[in-house]
Design a protein around this ligand. Structure first.
Ligand code: DC
Length: 224
């Protein structure tokens, strides 16, 4: 059976990674969380107090990002260290959003992402997968949900991690990040013309999965 590339883009906290992981498991494909790659670069710049664009660009050759399996889940590594927990904080997320605006950072990560997709059989999620990384992906999904719904989901995740978020701050953060992601000069988040939009505000995870598996099966059956 022909393997395809599935590109999943969309706003922050709209459940891209959950659905991408579930689809990868269903299809027997590799899952790549590109947000984790931007977060790992962001974490590196935080740890080394790199502020200027020039300093961040010069540090790139010393940043090695990888993925490993640990405790039954995919974890991102930064120069060999498992940093999965450290990249999931609000601070690392904000830093990722800032460094993702630098053209050279994007080129550095996009090249690695394209190499990962060479053999196809991949589900990749992010902001520019269907537009820049794999403009010829066979299946492109654009996930969305109302900002209040996404803020509540992120708020619950942070509580679960033992943080003490304030809902209004989380909502403001979601709105700020949406603005930055859609207005940056370099590869802004936008829906590819041939992407299928899935608004999951009022869908249960099972309902959403059913829709997405339906779209995947249709694509695969059409290719055989
Ligand atoms: O999906 P996430 O919240 O883990 O992503 C963190 C940040 O990285 C997000 O603010 C935007 C950026 N990002 C990007 O610019 N391009 C991608 N392909 C993935 C993430």
């Amino acid at each position: 059976m022909n393997k395809i590339i599935v590109a999943i883009d969309g706003y922050s906290s709209c459940g891209k990674s959950t659905i991408a992981k579930a689809l990868a498991r269903y299809a027997g494909y590799t899952y790549v969380d590109t947000g984790a790659m931007y977060r790992a670069v962001g974490l590196y710049t935080l740890r080394h107090t790199l502020i200027s664009k020039e300093d961040i660009i010069s540090a790139l050759p010393g940043i090695r990002i990888g993925f490993i399996w640990s405790d039954g889940a995919q974890h991102v590594t930064l120069n060999g260290e498992d940093v999965e927990a450290q990249i999931r904080t609000l601070e690392a997320g904000n830093c990722a959003s800032r460094i993702s605006q630098i053209k050279e950072v994007r080129a550095f990560l996009v090249a690695q992402q394209q190499a990962m997709g060479e053999a196809k059989g991949i589900v990749m999620d992010g902001r520019d997968i269907g537009t820049v990384v794999f403009p010829r992906a066979e299946l492109k999904l654009f996930l969305t949900a109302r900002p209040e719904v996404r803020a509540k989901r992120r708020f619950d995740e942070l509580i679960e991690k033992g943080e003490k978020p304030v809902y209004e701050d989380v909502l403001a953060d979601v709105n700020d990040r949406d603005y930055r992601d859609t207005h940056r000069a370099e590869s802004p988040l936008r829906q590819a013309d041939d992407a299928i939009v899935v608004d999951n505000s009022d869908l249960t995870p099972d309902q959403q999965m059913e829709i997405i598996i339906g779209l995947f099966d249709e694509k695969i059956n059409g290719k055989q």
